[in-house]
Design a binder for this molecule. Structure first.
Ligand SMILES: Nc1ncnc2c1ncn2[C@@H]1O[C@H](COP(=O)(O)OP(=O)(O)O)[C@@H](O)[C@H]1O
Ligand SMILES: [Mg+2]
Length: 482
């Protein structure tokens, strides 16, 4: 290992100011790993280079210097220039390669060594899911598998490599854990081609009656009585299998039928037809004493939903089947690209609702990772209903049942507060605006990483931070080739 500098006055157990040796300035980079060998204390500190600064004792920013009168002088005395850094200590290295919290400051005059390859240092991090290596040393920084259930956020501008990182994560989860994964591929371009034999067409996924209700409620903007009638109409229609030739709306009979049946199976076997559905809805509105004008207005609005209602005939894959496939094959990718944009949230909601139905009934661990890419479309505070509600529940309670989220998006502010506050591990790369980093700092200890640090990141370069990171401090990784 090359010695690159020396500890100077004022070190603390965690932050250690150093001066860089002459001629080593080109070796040292922000985020490099280093070892401080303190022979006085007989301790080795493992740390990361931060806040590199070049200084000139004769050119103080706000003090007048003679160089401005005589520019020739700028070419002389270059030997007085020096570089400093503040090493952030990540731990004291024990003889068996573990890191323990630093309790004492390194002694000034201790030498600092640059770690350039994994063999430079005897560091034995816990094994886990390997998504990439530290950019400069090549040391693998594995994600702790236990962190899956505490949720993972992947944030960065378009093209930074979020989706590829998640593909890598899914591969690791499948090969190294007993977890299953359900991936929602928003564009159909990010996951489908990697996992061809596990793909389900999103437009064939049966919508739970609650999702059909949620969708139509929104489209028809109904409330109060008309909303109640809509909910009842959907359940009645399903109970009758769409056969409304001689409607006898007998609520007791209908609820008996629904009680003993699987709602998704009923929905899948129902014949969906605009005029039949309209006749049930209007009959119920009438029964509820709705005004004639309301009934007319709603049946007119329903005609605009012809495409939606009749598309339900194509939906034959139930969420139960999807969970069954995930159980058997360990992975299901739901291709949402052929689902209309405004319907996609309902597909996500249907499947998540089914998972929770299972958990509520069985009280069992599900050990399932739910991946939602372009998550701002599903997890936002406003305009993401009903998927946001189920994602929120998963974010809050998933850890108790082994149900973890991976949410990838450009901006964390696009996740509802409840969701972002419950994500405990983050990968973040170049962001769109400084405000995006500020939002991250609200939910995560950034350890002094500034916008300038991330502005220079290239594709596949991410800071890895939070609970899942065994180093407990954001480190720069290069995601492996996927
Ligand atoms: N880990 C990786 N391995 C190989 N290529 C990558 C990797 N990460 C990113 N890329 C390249 O960058 C492009 C954008 O990556 P992608 O994951 O789609 O970014 P994002 O999801 O952030 O928009 C990919 O099409 C690929 O060419
Ligand atoms: Mg992407």
């Amino acid at each position: 290992m090359k010695p690159i500098g020396v500890v100077v006055s004022g070190s603390s157990p965690v932050n250690v100011p150093i001066q860089v040796y002459k001629g080593c300035e080109n070796l040292v980079q922000e985020d490099s790993f280093v070892l401080i060998k303190d022979h006085e204390k007989n301790v080795e500190y493992f740390g990361v280079i931060r806040s590199l600064r070049m200084n000139d004792p004769l050119l103080i920013p706000h003090q007048r210097s003679s160089v401005i009168d005589n520019r020739e002088l700028a070419r002389h005395g270059k030997e007085v220039v020096f570089e400093t850094s503040s090493i952030r200590v990540l731990g004291v290295l024990t003889p068996d390669g573990q890191l323990t919290p630093p309790r004492q400051p390194p002694t000034p005059r201790s030498e600092v060594y640059l770690i350039e390859t994994p063999s430079d240092v005897n560091l034995k991090l816990e094994t886990g899911l390997t998504l990439g290596k530290h950019k400069f040393s090549g040391i693998e920084v594995p994600l702790k598998p236990d962190a899956l259930k505490y949720h993972i956020g992947v944030v960065g501008a378009t093209g930074t490599g979020k989706s590829r990182l998640v593909v890598g994560l899914v591969n690791e989860v499948l090969s190294k854990t007993d977890w299953r994964a359900i991936v929602f591929d928003h564009s159909g371009l990010d996951y489908v081609s990697f996992f061809k034999s596990n793909v389900v067409n999103g437009d064939e996924v049966v919508l739970h009656p609650d999702s059909i209700f949620a969708y139509l409620k929104r489209e028809l903007s109904v409330k109060d009585l008309a909303e109640d009638a809509l909910s009842l109409a959907i359940y009645t229609y399903i109970a009758l299998g769409g056969d409304v030739k001689n409607i006898q709306i007998n609520i007791a009979q209908i609820s008996e039928k629904l009680k003993n049946a699987d709602l998704e199976d009923l929905t899948a076997s129902t014949k969906w037809d605009l005029s039949s559905f309209t006749s049930i809805y209007t009959a119920l509105l009438d029964k509820f004493n709705a005004r004639e004008s309301t009934i007319e207005k709603l049946s007119a609005l329903l005609t605009l939903q012809k495409q939606f209602i009749e598309s339900l005939n194509k939906k034959k894959i139930t969420s139960r089947e999807i969970l069954g496939r995930a159980e058997k094959e360990k992975l299901v990718v739901v291709d949402l690209s052929n689902v209309r944009q405004e319907e996609r949230r309902y597909v996500v909601a249907s499947i998540l609702a089914r998972i929770w139905e299972f958990i509520d009934a069985e009280r069992k661990f599900v050990n399932t990772l739910v991946v939602i890419d372009e998550a701002h479309n599903y997890a936002c505070q406003q305009g993401c209903w009903p998927s946001n509600e189920l994602i929120e529940r998963t974010a809050r309670e998933g850890r108790k049942w082994g149900l973890g989220l991976v949410l990838a998006s450009q901006r964390i502010i696009d996740f509802s507060t409840d969701i972002r506050n419950n994500i405990n591990t983050f990968f973040f790369s170049k962001l769109q605006t400084p405000g995006d980093l500020e939002n991250l700092s609200g939910v995560l200890d950034l350890g002094g990483i500034e916008y300038d640090d991330i502005a220079i990141l290239a594709t596949r370069e991410f800071y890895f931070a939070g609970l899942g990171n065994p180093l407990k401090y954001p480190v720069l990784i290069e995601v492996k080739e996927v």
